[in-house]
Design a protein around this ligand. Structure first.
Ligand code: HEC
Length: 474
């Protein structure tokens, strides 16, 4: 079966390689304008096109048959496998679009911050910038409002935002909603029905957007500092509520998702419609409403400040000391504050404010303080007189609570292979992983995942004592 799979993949690869090569060589020849060549190329092109269709169709048929057989023979193992690959493709796409979107946000805010707004400007120009990138010189001008005639080819930046949001929302379903009882809900946090959880999750995105949008339409939007404080308190509050409803990781992801939703909705409901109205007015030659551009610009600036907290949330699942902390919601709020500070420093630095001396050091101090606040407590006072715990006891606990996932032959319904490749089948495997076991099962209590196997505190204590006493097998 694996040989057949490999052959199929090989066929597809050969086909893609062949096509691309021929395409490029044809375009080269066509460009030289050799008519004889062009004639022979059209025949050749037809042959290639037929070949492509046949190859494409046969690959699809072959792969579908293969997929059906694999699925039919071994549904229990194939379901998680298929889910993993869908997850891979969607996450990959999500990250790529996210990079494109955030990259554009960084770039345009940089432009806005760095424009030359004083020297040698034409009347209708707000500023310009010379740049050098990839061996080319670029000259960019920003109009005060709009050019007299709207150019035919005008690039809009919107699909990056839409696709980032759509793939993100899809991921939320694939990872957290599809298996809500395993990933979204943690019965020790709050025992709710999976469907209720999903409704709360989606509801939190909608409510956040409405809250933010109303705030933006109120006079508060012009009071920068107050606006920032209110939005910050709202996000911290949302983190607090969500951390008391969902499993810790799901709560974190939802805070990221609600900020991401605000960002995408800003593009969809405000920035793009404002731009459309501007373009239309310029085309019709009617009076341009200057506030439209300003509104869009402000939302775009808000988005820029949301980026760093959102990016942290997206990588947070690798850092159990953050989401696994007893104060996880406050840690998230703290890291958001720190990163907004960094983004602000970054922006004013680009604007040429070189003398701000406190913002960056304050952010660094905040970061160090958070690392210290989340530090594990010293076990010596608690554990020095604890009775001895044997390896047999620990192995029994791990067999009961961990190896249904962490084994060469997992029995869990979601994990067909050991998560992160971590297995606890043999004493050596357990002993070699004591550092990570201590971190995940004792200190941050982020394992077993959403405590699905119902691990008790006494069992965590026993593992801690065994490790404290030297983690000996005998
Ligand atoms: C329901 C399945 C499940 C159970 C039960 C489970 N884990 Fe995990 N474990 C996972 C998943 C999924 C990951 C990867 C995601 C993550 O790191 O949170 C993981 C990751 C880990 C890691 C991280 C390794 C790394 O890459 O740093 C450790 C350590 C770990 N588990 C230990 C344990 C221990 C100890 C137990 C039992 C007390 C346990 N797990 C029970 C699913 C499970």
């Amino acid at each position: 079966m694996t040989t057949l799979t490999l052959l199929c993949i090989l066929a597809v690869v050969v086909w893609v390689g062949l096509t691309i090569t021929l395409r490029i060589s044809n375009r080269e020849k066509a460009r030289t304008g050799d008519l004889d060549l062009v004639d022979s190329i059209t025949t050749k092109a037809r042959i290639i096109a037929t070949f492509q269709k046949v190859a494409l169709l046969s690959s699809i048929i072959l792969l579908s048959a293969l997929a059906f057989k694999l699925y039919h023979d071994n549904t229990a193992y194939m379901e998680p496998h298929i889910l993993e690959w869908i997850n891979l493709v969607v996450r990959w796409t999500h990250v790529v679009f996210g990079i494109a979107w955030i990259g554009a946000s960084f770039y345009f805010i940089f432009l806005e911050n760095s424009l030359n707004r004083t020297e040698g400007l034409k009347d209708d120009i707000a500023g310009n910038l010379w740049a050098l990138h990839g061996g080319g010189f670029y000259y960019i001008e920003k109009y005060k409002v709009a050019p007299e005639k709207i150019p035919q080819h005008l690039h809009w930046f919107k699909y990056e935002a839409y696709f980032t949001w759509l793939t993100g929302f899809l991921l939320l379903f694939i990872v957290y909603y599809f298996n809500a009882s395993s990933f979204l809900i943690d019965k020790e946090v709050l025992d709710i029905e999976p469907n209720t959880g999903v409704a709360i999750g989606i509801g939190s995105l909608v409510v956040s957007w409405i809250f933010y949008d109303v705030l933006c339409k109120s006079p508060l939007v012009n009071k920068n500092f107050l606006f920032l404080v209110i939005m910050f308190l709202f996000t911290a509050g949302a983190a607090y509520v969500l951390c008391n409803v969902f499993s810790a990781r799901a709560a974190y992801i939802h805070v990221g998702a609600l900020l991401g939703t605000i960002m995408a909705a800003n593009v969809f409901f405000v920035i793009i419609p404002s731009q459309k109205a501007l373009v239309q007015a310029a085309k019709d030659g009617t009076e341009l409403d200057l506030t439209l551009g300003q509104k869009a610009g402000l939302r775009s600036l808000h988005n820029n400040y949301f980026t760093l907290p959102v990016v942290f949330v997206m990588i947070s699942s690798h850092y159990p000391s953050t989401y696994g902390s007893e104060w996880n919601w406050a840690v998230l709020a703290g890291l958001s504050a720190v990163s907004i500070g960094v983004k602000h420093f970054w922006n004013i630095y680009e604007q040429g404010e070189l003398y701000n001396r406190w913002l960056l050091p304050a952010a660094v101090i905040g970061l160090i303080a958070l690392a210290l606040v989340t530090a594990p407590s010293n076990p010596a006072t608690r554990l020095k007189d604890a009775p001895a715990v044997s390896f047999q006891e620990v192995q029994a606990i791990i067999n009961e609570r961990c190896t249904n996932c962490h084994s060469a032959t997992p029995t869990d319904k979601v994990w067909a292979t050991a998560p992160n490749g971590i297995m606890f089948d043999t004493p050596e495997q357990i002993v070699n992983m004591t550092d990570r076991i201590l971190n995940r099962a004792v200190i941050t209590r982020t394992m077993p995942q959403a405590n699905q196997t119902g691990m008790k505190q006494e069992e965590r204590d026993a593992i801690e004592i065994w490790i404290y006493q030297g983690a000996k097998i005998k």
